[in-house]
Design a protein around this ligand. Structure first.
Ligand code: ASP
Length: 433
């Protein structure tokens, strides 16, 4: 994409975001028709942007990872790159979750007047009655382990389970690299298929401004910015402050200190991906744009980005981890349960795990939060305070979408920072840095 068209596209996406927010806030929402069970704004946004982006995810992950791995080639080098990537993911997620836990314990957004608490608790019963499923930790672990040891590639592709596809693509990429001349044709085909997909991505990306407009109009129309003044205002503010600190201070510091890269310039280069994340609420749907931005503008190597970004969109979720910690501690506060240090440690560990297990789709963090609540409840049992009902999640469902916009942007930003750092370990020969 030329510099000029990138600029035009950026302006259009920004216009889509702003206009969507204005239209959503000032009233065209209630009058909307319902199509296929959803407000027409959402259905249109899905049709225009989410479905085409989703269509690209599976082939893109498959060919992108193979292309990245065959470029890295040597398994020992891959081990180093893979190890560094996983350490980065885990370390930054832990930092995010610890930051969230400290903030929510300090700000105490759940310490509200008794009558406000009572009415919020009642609203939770109403909303959340349907979601009383409990998930324990072992099943969360098992779920991840089963995905890492896939049994049927096509099944994973059909069900869009990225981890299984990534594991197969890594193994196959290594085999293709090990095959030397015998597998050169297959390597070339996978590389060419990846380049072809990226051309398709660059076409689809032009739909972003329109899609983002409809989706943001729907989100803002449904929730409304005035919710920030409601009883959940402090909770929302705590999440947003945490995300801002992590996104604007912690990750940039890491990028600067570890990678020697100018962080805000890189953030600017990733702006299309970040805005798409805000508009779609989905790091998976944003993945095509993230890869495009990272390689075209962010000067990330193909070796690093092709492998780090698909994996990151699946397991690296700093924003989600932070959000889950804040939300769970907030709900416990709301129900009058003060968590002690040992329980806060349970929150830190399980929120990280829950974020790893969350899919890169809208509201996934809200669902995996059940794991965190169940773990803390288990830890609390036997003590005086009564555990938190899972249905309490219903209290925060109403404002989740707005928070999802912001945490998804931080998730994508964390992936991009990872790709830029790993570029130092695995540069492309052709890219001079
Ligand atoms: N929407 C987030 C993402 O796609 C996941 C979540 O926190 O719900 O990254």
């Amino acid at each position: 994409m030329t510099h000029r068209s990138t600029n035009i596209l950026t302006i259009l996406i920004l216009a889509g975001l702003v206009l969507g927010a204005i239209v959503g806030e000032f009233g065209f929402f209630d009058s909307g028709a319902v199509i296929d069970g959803n407000h027409w704004l959402k259905t249109t946004g899905d049709l225009v942007l989410i479905r085409p982006l989703k269509l690209l995810i599976v082939p893109l992950i498959f060919f992108s990872v193979i292309a990245g791995i065959t470029r890295i080639g040597d398994p020992s080098k891959l081990g180093k790159v893979g190890g560094a990537t996983l350490i980065y993911y885990l370390a930054t997620m832990l930092m995010a979750v610890i930051l969230g836990t400290c903030l929510v314990t300090w700000i105490q957004p759940g310490m509200l007047p008794e009558e406000v608490r009572a009415s919020l608790q009642a609203s939770g019963q109403e909303f959340g009655a349907a979601s009383t499923a409990t998930r324990d930790l072992s099943s969360a672990w098992l779920n991840i382990v089963y995905q890492i040891v896939p049994v049927n590639l096509l099944d994973d592709m059909v069900k869009v389970r990225p981890l299984g596809i990534i594991v197969f693509a890594i193994a196959f990429g290594l085999a293709l690299a090990a095959g030397g001349d015998k597998t050169k044709a297959a390597r070339d085909i996978c590389n060419a298929a990846f380049e072809g997909l990226m051309i398709l991505v660059r076409w689809v990306i032009w739909l972003t401004p329109i899609g983002v407009f409809f989706l943001v109009a729907w989100t803002v129309g449904k929730i409304g910015f005035q919710s920030i003044y409601g009883p959940l205002g402090w909770y929302m503010a705590t999440v947003l402050i945490g995300l801002a600190i992590h996104g604007f201070i912690v990750l940039p510091l890491i990028l600067k200190l570890v990678g020697g890269v100018s962080p805000y310039q890189f953030m600017w280069q990733m702006k299309r991906a970040l805005m798409t994340a805000v508009g779609t609420d989905s790091s998976s749907a944003t993945l095509p744009v993230t890869i495009d931005c990272a390689e075209e503008e962010g000067r990330c190597s193909k070796r690093a980005a092709n492998f780090v970004l698909p994996l990151g969109a699946t397991i690296n979720m700093d924003g989600t981890a932070l959000y889950e910690a804040v939300a769970v501690v907030f709900l416990f506060q709301l129900f009058g349960i003060e968590l002690e240090l040992s329980q806060l440690i349970v929150v830190v560990v399980t929120a990280t795990l829950a974020a790893i297990g969350a899919a890169g789709i809208p509201s996934a963090g809200l669902v995996t939060m059940v794991i965190v609540i169940s773990a803390v409840n288990m830890n609390l049992t036997g003590q005086e305070s009564s555990p938190l009902p899972i249905a309490a999640i219903g209290i925060i469902i109403g404002v989740d979408r707005i928070l999802d916009m912001c945490r998804t942007a931080v998730n994508v930003w964390g992936d991009a920072v990872g790709a830029r750092l790993i570029t130092n370990l695995a540069p492309d020969e052709t890219i001079e840095r």
